[in-house]
Design a protein around this ligand. Structure first.
Ligand SMILES: C[S@@+](CC[C@H](N)C(=O)[O-])C[C@H]1O[C@@H](n2cnc3c(N)ncnc32)[C@H](O)[C@@H]1O
Length: 237
């Protein structure tokens, strides 16, 4: 079975074609030299050259705990977290360039210095770009549900993901997940319960709502549609 994300025919996203607004174009030009890590590419625009490395202490100019968010969207959660926790370094991984531009604009407005952004396919970042055992936490909130049966294979959290996330996490590091799609929540739990690299870090059916997770439009939409929001937390063994 191909590992999620590495088989570039089966990606967990379809890149949206929409152009960036003028403000976003300007943000990209002015703010990307500080916020955006230039990823050496392999085959495609969101790919990662497997020999490239992101070295946290060089990127942030210090040694501090590292929290990585995958699929940060507009950046609401990570800008909020990085502005309220200056003692921690944050890394957002996203393929949606308008979202990344928005994240930079908001981060700049808040004077955030402890955040960096990577525009790339997240599994490749976890597998090779990040040093092994470098992340204290990995957050994945409301990943695309790919709810049609024929699209399920695009889901980010699929067999093999425990090893991919586990490689990037420190021993004891946490993988935090949230979704409003019940059958994706069940898939996450089934996949991660079976993977030897991670273990459950919650009692009962589901984890408590993570209080570092702010409400985003995706969660709001799920709630408005009457869906239950499921949180899951796994620990690197
Ligand atoms: C449904 S949105 C949720 C955004 C955000 N977490 C929130 O709660 O508002 C999922 C995001 O994941 C991003 N994404 C999906 N697959 C990805 C991948 N393989 N690498 C990086 N980002 C990805 C998409 O571009 C999209 O912005």
């Amino acid at each position: 079975m191909p590992e999620p994300g590495t088989h570039r025919d089966i990606l967990s996203f379809v890149r949206r074609g929409g152009r960036m607004s003028e403000a976003q174009e300007r943000a990209w030009k002015e703010l990307s030299p500080f916020y955006l890590f230039e990823v050496p590419r392999a085959a495609g625009v969101t790919s990662v050259d497997p020999s490239a490395r992101f070295t946290p202490h060089e990127a942030y100019g210090r040694e501090a705990p590292l929290i990585v968010e995958i699929g940060s969207g507009q950046g609401h959660a990570i800008v909020n977290a990085s502005s309220s926790r200056p003692d921690i370094d944050f890394l957002a991984i996203e393929v949606y360039d308008s979202g990344l531009a928005r994240t930079m604009l908001d981060a700049d407005r808040e004077g955030v210095k402890n955040l960096r952004l990577i525009e790339a396919n997240a599994p490749e970042v976890l597998q090779t770009l990040l040093p092994e055992g470098s992340a204290d936490e990995i957050w994945i909130f409301f990943p695309d549900p790919w709810h049609k049966k024929r699209h399920n294979k695009r889901r980010l959290i699929s067999p093999g993901f425990g090893a991919i996330a586990g490689r990037a996490l420190k021993p004891g590091g946490l993988l935090r997940l949230a979704t409003d799609w019940e059958d994706y929540a069940l898939q996450m739990r089934e996949v991660l319960d079976a993977e030897p690299e991670v273990e459950r870090a919650f009692d009962g059916e589901w984890a408590e709502r993570f209080d570092g997770r702010i409400m985003t439009a995706f969660e709001r939409k799920g709630i408005d549609k009457g869906r239950d929001i499921r949180d899951l937390t796994y620990r690197r063994v």
